[in-house]
Design a protein around this ligand. Structure first.
Ligand SMILES: [Zn+2]
Length: 337
């Protein structure tokens, strides 16, 4: 799917032929989830995992060598190999297949059902309102499902699936990383599943690609909605940089999301705050119009041009003016209170 055509560096693959048909929409890094997992009370979960607390007291994972987004090859080929010995639990809007115990599968199905409800409240395009989750028990099976051999220990989840001729993703799967999920609280797991389900909804109903900051910022916007957390708390890793004079000077580019280029958690948070600012100023309906108008079946450069136009046509502003307002808000949030 062109959505992910930005990234040229492809991950190493264990099964290149099979994966050739798949567009990976994103690998949400574990470090990015800690923003919503921070300062959480002791987790209450029926899952058999013993999720540990994550937060600032836990050292941030080293930058992950695996790309967050990989290029999306042409659609139309083979399906991934089934997970051996898997059990499937059907939720209201979800199918969860995995080799973890049934209580955990059931818990994930409930989270996915919640995610579908939450996503549908904010993403108004008609989409199938179904999410498929793969929950392998061990890292090897997870790697096999995503078709990668590189170190994925810090990747929370990956969404991938084929795209049809019209540009719609038709069979996206959200593949959960068991190592990462073992470290997350219930809230963190819900955030990951909602973030990825947002990609599923968008990919299945809006063909093409938008600039990456909008794609990821919107998924975080839906994921954080209703979290009850203050923006300044969620965005702390970014605001620290702003305080140090190392904050952004422009909206995130595709390269800013590449973990091999540096720390990417602040990039995600900046993207989220930009999307959040649009939602607060213009409302959810305009935000979605802006997303749609910034999405093209073309190269990323065309999406940037479409977005420039959308700032004017949909939001009645310009990229430059909006960027100044966003940066001003970052400074304001970072200012000592
Ligand atoms: Zn994402």
């Amino acid at each position: 799917m062109p959505l992910t055509d930005h990234q040229t560096r492809m991950p190493r693959r264990t099964t290149p032929a099979r994966r050739a048909a798949f567009g990976v929409v994103g690998a949400l890094l574990l470090s990015l989830v800690t923003a919503c997992d921070r300062d959480e009370p002791a987790p209450t979960t029926s899952a058999s995992f013993a999720p540990s607390r994550t937060g600032p007291e836990v050292p941030q994972p080293a930058p992950n060598p695996s790309p967050t987004i990989s290029a999306s090859p042409p659609a139309g080929a083979q399906t991934p190999s089934p997970l051996a010995g898997a059990t499937t639990v059907m939720g209201q809007f979800s199918t969860v297949t995995g080799t973890v115990d049934k209580a955990t599968l059931t818990a994930y199905a409930k989270m996915a059902d919640q995610a579908v409800t939450d996503v549908s409240q904010q993403w108004k395009r008609a989409w199938p309102r179904k999410v498929t989750i793969i929950a392998a028990k061990d890292a090897a099976a997870f790697r096999d499902q995503v078709g990668r051999a590189d170190d994925l220990s810090q990747v929370a989840a990956i969404t991938d699936g084929p795209v049809d001729a019209s540009g719609h993703a038709t069979q996206d799967r959200v593949i959960l990383n068991p190592d990462a999920f073992a470290k997350l609280t219930t809230t963190g797991r819900q955030f990951v599943i909602t973030h990825e389900s947002t990609h599923v909804a968008v990919r299945s109903s809006l063909p093409g690609a938008a600039p990456l900051w909008l794609v990821e910022g919107f998924a975080d916007h839906v994921g954080y909605a209703g979290s009850g957390r203050r923006r300044a708390d969620l965005a702390a890793p970014l605001l620290t940089k702003v305080t140090q004079g190392k904050g952004p000077t422009r909206l995130p580019t595709q390269g800013d999301f590449d973990p091999s280029q540096g720390e990417i958690a602040p990039t995600y948070l900046g993207a989220w705050l930009a999307v959040d600012l649009i939602a607060r100023r213009h409302g959810e309906a305009k935000l979605q119009k802006f997303y749609e108008a910034s999405t093209v079946m073309d190269l990323p450069t065309a999406a940037e041009i479409a977005m420039d136009r959308a700032f004017v046509d949909v939001l009645g502003t310009t990229r430059a003016t909006f960027t100044r307002q966003w940066l001003a808000e970052l400074n304001q949030l970072a200012a000592p209170r």
